[in-house]
Write a protein that binds this ligand. Structure first.
Ligand code: AKG
Length: 297
């Protein structure tokens, strides 16, 4: 299958900082992700084994304290432990889409999170992922995929249009202590956001926001620098999603303290050229490997 993204979608992504991709993953891929997520929650990998021990000086971050706040229950990096999910995580079609969006020759999987916003789970506060991450440039995305139908009252992921143009606003180390986004945006910031808004964007907190329900397999792909969050889950059904950070292979490690990279063996200035950050194969390479009998990734 060819690249499932066109020029209009690429332009939308670069202008508004996000793009919706319906049916990014098939039903059988979703089933594999859900089965892996269930295994991950039943037997969660030890964090120190997954990443090595973080430096004692490294601050916490929202993605490590989410369970405590009841915002999200999370298991991470399951492709390191469950080989059968790798072909889904590294689907060449996903790689082709991200390469086109970023204008990159090659992209790598940086991290994975399997997210359960439980019934009654509070809103995910507005935040950017990028200020937490030790990346020397902005060529990174979050690819958030619904693993089930996500209704409007169940906390669908929402993204502030144009917010990737604002630069890093705040390092989100703890959702419970996060200042409201209102206090971080100037009048000029809001003018910029509205100048980039699309006709479908809703006015939420005075900002143009993309907020819409998802079917299982639908994705929203956004720059790591885009402000995003989610309303609370007001239903009695868990809201399950799969979120991947994917980076251009050009991105270099800055050495900034970060729980997930302190001990993986990178030196500042190096690309993320380690087996734990696999490159997405092109569809041609994956097809050639499959026909020569190797496993398809
Ligand atoms: O699923 C959510 O509510 C938030 C997810 C998120 O912030 C992320 O994937 O970076």
């Amino acid at each position: 299958m060819g690249v499932a993204i066109n020029e209009v979608a690429v332009r939308h992504f670069r202008r508004q900082g996000w793009v919706r991709v319906p049916a990014l993953h098939s039903r059988s891929q979703i089933d594999t992700l859900l089965a892996t997520m269930a295994k991950g929650f039943a037997d969660p990998p030890d964090v120190n084994e997954t990443y090595g021990a973080a430096s004692p000086k490294t601050p916490g971050d929202v993605v490590s304290n989410d369970a405590r706040d009841g915002v999200l229950l999370t298991v991470r990096e399951l492709q390191l432990y469950h080989a059968d999910v790798r072909p889904v995580c590294l689907d060449p079609r996903v790689g082709a889409i991200i390469r086109a969006l970023l204008g990159a020759d090659q992209v790598r999987l940086f991290s994975e999170a399997y997210l359960d916003k439980p019934p009654g789970g509070p809103p995910t506060p507005w935040h950017q992922d990028w200020p937490l991450q030790p990346f020397d440039r902005r060529d990174t995305v979050n690819c958030w995929v619904a693993l089930d139908h996500v209704a409007m009252d169940q906390g669908p992921l929402q993204v502030v249009s144009g917010s990737h143009r604002l630069g890093p606003l705040y390092k989100p180390t703890d959702f419970s202590q996060q200042p409201p986004l209102d206090t971080m945006l100037s009048t000029e910031d809001r003018e910029l956001l509205w100048s980039l808004a699309g006709p479908e964007d809703q006015d939420i907190d005075g900002m143009p926001v993309h907020l819409a329900p998802f079917e299982a397999g639908d994705a929203v792909i956004f720059y790591g620098s885009a402000v995003h969050g989610a309303p609370g889950n007001e239903t009695d059904r868990p809201r399950c999603a799969y979120s991947r950070a994917i980076i251009s292979s050009e991105v270099r490690y800055t050495g900034m303290p970060y729980l997930r990279t302190d001990s993986v063996g990178l030196r500042p200035g190096q690309p993320f050229d380690l087996p734990r950050y696999p490159v997405f194969a092109t569809e041609e390479a994956a097809g050639a490997r499959a026909s020569s009998g190797e496993s398809r990734t």
